[in-house]
Design a protein around this ligand. Structure first.
Ligand SMILES: Cc1cc2nc3c(=O)[nH]c(=O)nc-3n(C[C@H](O)[C@H](O)[C@H](O)COP(=O)(O)OP(=O)(O)OC[C@H]3O[C@@H](n4cnc5c(N)ncnc54)[C@H](O)[C@@H]3O)c2cc1C
Length: 610
């Protein structure tokens, strides 16, 4: 095997040399894999025979005792009553519990191994129960919950309290969208019988309103708000020193070192800056730097066709910019179903956005005063012959977001991180006392996902070693605030297909919905995925006016196991958009009408008529 597959086995052998004895021990202790398979597999590696023998004997000892004991007890049965003898019952209880106990033991061993290199660094007493790094949604909620549970907690924020959501994300973007929407409504005024000229957009005032709204919301996330329930809020930059110690460069110039039993990394995510030739020569911004803009760019190029790119492209187009949106993938909103993405594309195009999909940015530059970007078909890196040069005044990069992992000490501690910090289902990083939450941990980067994870980070951090809870993100809604809005919870057809989940799709267009017609927003649909033959909801996508608000009913239904029949049996106010939810439940019910019973009912009524 070595001479034939040596090159492939080399990597395995390297791992076996480092950790082989430990893994063999755990495999022997928790007998999940049959022993003969382990013997054969280990025989293919360079594990030393003496190590293999010794570790195997040791690892199998506990299990052997338990099994032999159970066997001995069994052999002693000489009457029917013996089956219920305390010895035999006890032996079988032990047999059942053994894998659990062994697993826990393996967990303890793994922990010890991870912390081994920090043996002398663990303080005898801790300054805090918990230190939270980052004052965005994840960090704020984690520290609030910890303080509410009467723990001593310090929250460290290096920039502005409230994090991305308040300062660069949800709040400014949705405020911009509100102004853009109003401009669009003014344009549509004639449809409603109101004479109006083209809206006069004062972009400076639009941005001024954004600042006012941020200022109005800021107190909700302020240091004072969190100090009151007992959080010790510190302004400064925090770095991990060891698994229990954090060094803080305070904003006032001082430095401080604090220890804590538990540390939560809630450092958020930052926009990806594309590696694009000539980028430095042009005016470019990301969602982090957009909000200081004072003048509406006449020609804007938006790179990226994800939710942020689509929201901003539509908003700027409605405010009067000539927008070109460039997306490498064959379509916008790659995570949504193709029909949903198509609706969004045509809405953007209707608002004047030039949407280029399957196109990649090749380079950009400036000639004289003119700035430009060159795009070409994705996959044709040189853009040979097909490249297009687009003149622009501003480039907005919205090509994704990656966790902020630099400069917080992850490397020194060996905590693995890629686009997000690697965690398990308990949000534990490599070190079980260091958790990560929010955008830093992913995978879904939303404010409500961050707050949701915060509960687990707080509970698992404070109860570390005593109890822990797996994050349940099975019912996590999301929305893209373009018009028409796209909101989703659970599976869509795309995900169901990828995961091989059988679903039944019920789709209801809202073109005929009374309230939608009244409001002049009769476009979109409600798409519900159910278990075939059952009303159990697996996922819902809504496209239309206030889709994110309408979704709440389905989020509640999914969370609490209510099926479509329950939604159908609920009175909805007339005329509201929410009637669409009941209507789709009705559509499902009609597909599952009890035909035989109805045939009998028909006969019954005929008989009653005489
Ligand atoms: C344009 C845009 C629109 C968005 N719209 C929505 C939306 O409509 N709905 C939605 O749900 N989500 C939206 N999001 C996503 C949302 O903003 C994030 O999911 C959310 O802010 C994540 O919160 P967080 O606490 O994980 O991280 P953040 O809010 O980024 O907070 C992390 C904080 O940690 C601080 N920090 C980092 N390193 C250190 C350190 N070493 N020491 C001290 N402090 C540190 C940072 O300064 C930051 O304040 C949007 C994002 C963008 C960019």
């Amino acid at each position: 095997m070595q001479s034939r597959f040596g090159h492939r086995l080399a990597a395995i052998d390297e791992g076996v040399t480092r950790e082989g004895a430990f893994y063999l021990f755990t495999l022997r202790l928790v007998p999940l894999v049959p022993f003969f398979v382990i013997n054969l597999a280990m025989g293919l590696t360079r594990l030393k025979t003496a190590t293999f023998y010794g570790v195997s004997q040791l690892g199998m000892l506990a299990g052997t005792v338990v099994y032999v004991n159970a066997g001995t007890q069994l052999s002693r049965i000489d009457s029917l009553g013996g089956i219920l003898s305390p010895g035999l019952v006890g032996s079988f209880v032990l047999l059942g519990l053994f894998p659990l106990i062994a697993r826990r033991f393996v967990g303890v061993l793994r922990r010890r191994k991870v912390y081994a290199r920090w043996a002398g660094a663990r303080p005898k007493r801790f300054d805090r129960n918990m230190i939270v790094i980052g004052g965005g949604a994840a960090g704020l909620v984690t520290s609030y919950l910890a303080a509410a549970a009467k723990a001593r907690v310090t929250l460290v924020e290096s920039h502005a309290m409230g994090g991305d959501c308040l300062n660069h994300g949800c709040v400014p973007s949705k405020t911009l969208i509100r102004s853009a929407r109003l401009a669009n409504q003014v344009r549509r005024a004639a449809e409603f019988g109101i004479g109006c000229a083209e809206p006069l957009v004062d972009f400076g005032q639009v941005m001024e309103r954004i600042r006012r709204v941020i200022a109005d919301i800021a107190p909700h996330d302020s240091a004072e708000r969190y100090t009151a329930p007992g959080v010790d809020v510190m302004r400064g930059r925090a770095t991990l020193v060891n698994p229990w110690t954090v060094a803080i460069e305070r904003a006032d110039g001082g430095t401080q070192t604090l220890t804590a039993r538990s540390i939560v990394l809630a450092t958020g995510a930052a926009p990806v800056v594309p590696k694009l030739a000539g980028l430095d020569a042009v005016d470019w911004r990301t969602s982090e730097t957009l909000w200081t803009l004072r003048e509406l760019p006449r020609r804007l190029v938006v790179l990226g066709g994800g939710p942020i790119g689509c929201e901003l492209a539509q908003a700027f187009a409605r405010l009067g910019s000539l927008v070109t949106q460039v997306e490498m993938a064959p379509r916008l909103l790659l995570r949504e179903d193709a029909d949903v993405a198509a609706v969004v594309r045509s809405a953007l195009e209707h608002d004047g956005v030039r949407v280029l999909t399957g196109q990649r940015a090749l380079r950009c530059g400036r000639e004289g005063g003119a700035q430009f970007i060159v795009v070409g078909p994705a996959g044709d890196e040189l853009g040979a012959g097909h490249a297009e040069r687009i003149e622009m005044d501003l480039l907005l990069c919205a090509v994704g977001r990656v966790a902020r992992t630099k400069g917080i000490g992850l490397e020194a501690l060996g905590i693995p991180a890629g686009p997000v910090i690697v965690t398990n289902e308990y949000l534990e990083t490599l070190y079980p006392n260091i958790h990560a939450a929010g955008d830093a941990a992913g995978p879904l980067q939303f404010t409500h996902a961050a707050s949701h994870q915060a509960w687990y980070a707080a509970a698992n951090g404070l109860l570390g070693g005593l109890a822990r809870f797996k994050v349940d993100s099975s019912v996590l809604p999301s929305a893209t605030f373009v018009e028409p809005e796209v909101a989703r919870v659970g599976l869509n057809e795309l995900e169901a297909g990828t995961r091989g989940v059988a679903v039944e799709v019920t789709r209801l267009g809202i073109e005929d919905l009374d309230r939608a017609l009244v409001d002049g927003v009769a476009a979109g649909c409600v798409k519900v995925l159910t278990v075939p033959g059952s009303d159990r909801i697996l996922g819902v996508t809504i496209v239309g006016e206030h889709a994110a608000e309408l979704l709440a009913e389905f989020v509640l239904a999914m969370k609490h196991g209510l099926g479509l029949k329950k939604i159908l049996g609920t009175i909805h106010t007339y005329p509201t958009l929410a009637e669409a939810n009941r209507a789709v439940a009705g559509a499902w019910q009609r597909k599952h009408a009890p035909e035989r019973l109805l045939a009998w009912a028909q006969r019954f009524h005929a008989w009653r008529r005489g």
